[in-house]
Design a protein around this ligand. Structure first.
Ligand code: RIB
Length: 298
């Protein structure tokens, strides 16, 4: 890649094949529930966020790994269809592609089990190979479905804004958070990272303000989002929609937020756009399949 041709956003993250069962309710431990149907969708938090940003007009490069299997080949091809540069998505012949086993209730609520597969073998060598692309990008967008060592190396390589979506929830070394410009947790991730209760908006603001990141954007599902900066907090409401599948809603939000920032928006304006993009995504089935285009976000 020529240095004169930088990407708006580089995503370092996961690619998963999502195996989705539509169920009347999510099974209890030890219980079997008959699904009303099933589908396969392209997923993985990294690839979902890359797709969301690309569909909204951002120029996106992706760094990650798949296995040497049909799932992996389809996942890469899907990203390329959305115009995403996949030259640094490598094929690991030693392990299968990441898989996500997802139950989706009629209410749109879901329960997800991820088997990381090749995502777990993403390493500092992958980041080193893509270091020039990462350094040149306006935004580095990362999540927690690839090893922390690779994320730390990417933060070191980045010269632009670093956005971390700390999902799935995990404790993080404070040195990693220190390199993050914008953190986008949901409420349970915020509770884990801050070790504080988040049962109402006052507690959300206090917990977000306790973290060593200047800008924290807390996603709250149908409750919208809370932007917490050193200068104060702003709540952004979400439009009311009928959700059919919330899988990837947070990814739609993160990809849309990054895409808007890359267009020069302020964080609050980008959040207002991102809640609308996520609201569209939950009205459709699948993760990447549900990501809206710019024309579809009112
Ligand atoms: O955030 C939703 C994603 O989580 C799914 O696409 C699944 O692959 C898991 O990574």
């Amino acid at each position: 890649m020529a240095m004169s041709d930088p990407y708006d956003i580089v995503v370092l993250g996961s690619l998963n094949q999502d195996l989705v069962a539509r169920v009347p309710r999510i099974p209890e431990p030890g219980e079997t529930v008959l699904a009303t149907g099933h589908s396969t969708f392209a997923g993985g938090k990294g690839a979902n966020q890359a797709t969301a940003a690309a569909r909204l007009g951002a120029r996106v490069g992706m760094v990650g790994r798949v296995g040497d299997d049909d799932f992996g080949r389809r996942l890469i091809a899907g990203l390329a269809t959305d115009g995403i540069d996949t030259q640094f998505v490598t094929v690991d012949p030693t392990v299968g592609s990441g898989l996500a086993l997802i139950n989706v209730e009629e209410s749109g609520e879901n329960a997800i089990t991820v088997s990381p597969g090749a995502n777990a073998t993403v390493g500092v060598d992958d980041v080193a190979a893509a270091a020039e692309m990462i350094a040149a990008a306006s935004i580095l967008l990362i999540q927690l479905e690839v090893p922390v060592a690779a994320l730390a190396a990417a933060i070191t390589a980045a010269r632009g804004t670093v956005i971390l979506n700390p999902a799935p929830a995990a404790a993080l070394p404070s040195e990693l958070l220190a390199g993050v410009d914008i953190l986008i947790p949901n409420e349970s991730e915020l509770a884990l990272l801050s070790a504080l209760p988040v049962t109402d908006n006052t507690e959300v603001v206090a917990a977000a303000g306790s973290l060593p990141v200047d800008d924290v954007v807390v996603t709250m599902g149908a409750g919208g989002a809370m932007v917490v900066k050193r200068s104060g907090a702003t709540h952004v409401a979400a439009p009311t929609v009928t959700a059919v599948d919330t899988t990837g809603a947070g990814d739609a939000f993160c990809g849309a937020l990054a895409a808007e920032l890359a267009r020069g928006a302020y964080v609050e304006a980008a959040v207002r756009f991102a809640v609308r993009a996520a609201a569209v995504a939950v009205t459709r089935h699948g993760a990447q399949a549900a990501m809206p285009t710019r024309d579809e976000v009112s």
